[in-house]
Design a protein around this ligand. Structure first.
Ligand code: ZN
Length: 172
């Protein structure tokens, strides 16, 4: 994904949060979904399915796997919000699995999944919020990644990827 596209997602997420007056972590992703009139339910789904998005007659319905960890559910919902904002052209169905990378047949689908993930990371771990946290802490140590993940209610893995992306830490 180009730096330009990635920057567009960062700005879009920051704008949304400002609009809905969300100013501190953890980002209330359900409130964002409500504001966007996306209906959300928690349902029994196959274990490898994180969520399903149904776009029909200009309405969006999301089903989240009820048995998954809360942090993963938050990421899934943010991912589906990304699809709604970025990929809602006509009636469509998205079935999101954890290990999607090898499953998508066309590169167009893969691009959409990468974009939805990038948007989700920008929404749940907004650059501006992280800047404030890192400044307040005076830098990042290994232990801070866990504390930041807890504070933002995301997985440690998601927080690590995000901090690498924002150049706060180096990849292993
Ligand atoms: Zn997806």
């Amino acid at each position: 994904m180009s730096a330009k596209v990635s920057e567009r997602f960062e700005q879009r997420a920051i704008k949304l949060l400002r609009e809905y007056r969300i100013t501190t972590p953890p980002v209330d992703v359900s409130a964002v979904a409500r504001a966007l009139k996306i209906s959300v339910s928690y349902e029994r789904l196959d274990n490898d399915v994180s969520g399903v998005l149904l776009l029909e007659n200009a309405t969006a319905k999301v089903a989240i796997n009820e048995s998954h960890h809360r942090n993963r559910q938050r990421f899934t919902l943010a991912h589906e919000i990304g699809h709604v904002l970025l990929h809602a052209e006509g009636d469509r169905v998205f079935v999101d699995r954890r290990f999607f990378r090898n499953e998508w047949s066309s590169s167009g689908e893969l691009r959409e999944e990468i974009e939805a993930n990038a948007f989700a990371a920008s929404l749940l771990m907004p650059r501006t919020f992280l800047e404030q946290c890192v400044e307040a802490e005076g830098g990042i140590t290994d232990i801070d990644v866990f504390r930041l993940a807890t504070r933002f209610e995301v997985s440690e893995q998601a927080m690590t990827l995000r901090l690498v992306k924002l150049n706060y830490i180096q990849p292993d």
